[in-house]
Design a protein around this ligand. Structure first.
Ligand code: ADP
Ligand code: SR1
Ligand code: MG
Ligand code: MG
Ligand code: MG
Length: 423
């Protein structure tokens, strides 16, 4: 389908698209080398098409959004405005965290294309590395820096309220948010046609979830937070398939769901995906105990991501928070009466609330990947359905507990949470 100059590209057409734009062409190779370039489509996500272009001078990644959801087809139309959101968010995130975001070379509105840095091997999608059994010693430190940097610098703690409201409007991402509301906060708790699960093994578990009053109350409250609390510019889809890693580097891609929402959504999503990897690892090992070291690392990464995030966020707040309108210097600054004490109390209260919401969001993200439309390769790679169902049931029960209890009960700290996951 085509409209307003848009056309869907294939590999051959991508080559000519790049060759016709000098700023892109020069990155790949001289004009007379075009016939020797290689292009391949590597998209393994649910939504878009991704092409890698390589030539004698270098390489490029070209991402194109068709006006529908790739994994469903034309029956699920989806706005191509998501490319504007993604390119703006990549630039904004790079300003906060240049080490953890690929450089954008071009945004083409008509063609719904972003050209960006190709994260060449050894860069690998984190989820794939985890399924293969790998560990990434610096991942928690990098995730903490990305989360703290992007969430703090785009929040009202840092910004004045005029700038903040302008950004909230700039990142209005209605259709993408509505997709999230539907597939994460509604469908898993109903008899929606899109849902799937390992059946018949989990039929009773899913029936129990879908008749669970407390789960539905909590999911609805989270949807309310998602829709009603513009707190910071979120990545909006921060799972392990949106992160590329090497042993020493971490780069976050794919912020097409970016919008102003509750910080706990991003923090909870990445932590939930680390938990899913943890619960899947039992089913992915060749012999019992083979992945003990990976499981221990996944739990420490889970803990250190939260702890590192909380520390980095507080540090940024103490250093740069007085410029923002939420906790202005007159209330919390060194010159204000008891300013230091007020600042410390505000930070403690803020992080306690954020932790509670993070735990609940985490529960919803675990559940949606087991019961909803979009599953994770971590679980799907477990070929024996009985083994898979055993891992998924454990994750589902833990997810339900997180969703409903939040940081109440025995889940008051990240340490007790990690212990409860392992129990
Ligand atoms: P979707 O929005 O469909 O999920 P993604 O942006 O996640 O698309 O990209 C899909 C896949 O394409 C990724 O899993 C990754 O393998 C590859 N990819 C995307 N961007 C890059 C990049 N900049 N460098 C290398 N590979 C990339
Ligand atoms: C149709 S649901 C597809 C899912 O994939 C994306 O990456 C988001 O997580 C979305 O919910
Ligand atoms: Mg993706
Ligand atoms: Mg995407
Ligand atoms: Mg998720």
């Amino acid at each position: 389908s085509s409209s307003g100059g848009f056309r869907a590209l294939d590999c051959e057409a991508v080559k000519h698209y790049v060759a016709a734009r000098p700023g892109l062409q020069q990155r790949v190779g001289p004009a007379d080398s075009v016939e020797s370039w290689s292009v391949r489509e590597v998209g393994d996500g649910n939504i878009n098409f991704v092409f890698i272009v390589e030539g004698p001078a270098g390489s490029l990644c070209v991402k194109q959004a068709l006006p529908y959801v790739r994994c469903v087809g034309e029956s699920w139309p989806l706005t191509q405005d998501r490319v504007r959101i993604e390119s703006s968010a990549l630039v904004e995130e790079a300003a906060c965290c240049p080490d953890h975001v690929p450089a954008v070379y071009l945004y083409d509105k008509d063609m719904a294309i972003i050209a960006m840095r190709y994260l060449a091997p050894p860069f690998l999608i984190l989820r794939r590395g985890l399924v293969a059994g790998a560990v990434y010693p610096r991942l928690a430190e990098h995730l903490a820096a990305f989360l703290a940097g992007t969430l703090f610098h785009t929040s009202l703690i840092k910004l004045d309220s005029t700038t903040f409201r302008q950004k909230v409007a700039q990142y209005e991402n209605n259709e993408m948010c509505r997709l999230t509301e539907q597939v994460i906060f509604t469908e898993p708790y109903t008899a929606a046609k899109n849902n799937r699960w390992t059946s018949p093994q989990l039929d009773a578990d899913v029936a129990e979830l879908q008749s669970d009053v407390a789960a539905r109350v909590a999911a609805s409250e989270l949807k309310g937070l998602f829709c009603g609390r513009p707190q910071a510019l979120l990545h909006g889809d921060l799972h392990t398939g949106s992160i590329m890693v090497t042993d020493t580097e971490t780069s976050v891609i794919d912020p097409e769901f970016a919008f102003y929402g509750p910080m706990a959504f991003d923090v909870g999503k990445i932590l939930a995906n680390l938990l899913l990897a943890y619960f899947a690892s039992d089913g992915l090992e060749g012999a019992p105990g083979e992945r003990d070291a990976q499981r221990a690392w996944l739990l420490s990464c889970f803990r250190d991501t939260w702890t590192g995030f909380a520390a980095a966020f507080s540090r940024l707040w103490s250093e740069h928070g007085s410029s923002g309108d939420l906790y202005p210097a007159g209330l919390t600054g060194p010159g204000a009466p008891c300013g230091g004490e007020v600042l410390a109390a505000c930070q403690a209260s803020f992080l306690a609330q954020l932790f509670h919401e993070t735990v609940q969001f985490m529960g919803a993200f675990v559940i949606r990947r087991l019961v909803g439309i979009a599953h994770v390769a971590d679980m799907d790679s477990i070929s024996d359905a009985d083994v898979r169902a055993t891992c998924e049931r454990r994750a589902l029960r833990f997810g339900r507990r997180l969703l409903v209890e939040g940081s109440r009960g025995g889940l008051a700290s990240i340490e007790t949470l990690a212990e409860a996951a392992a129990a």
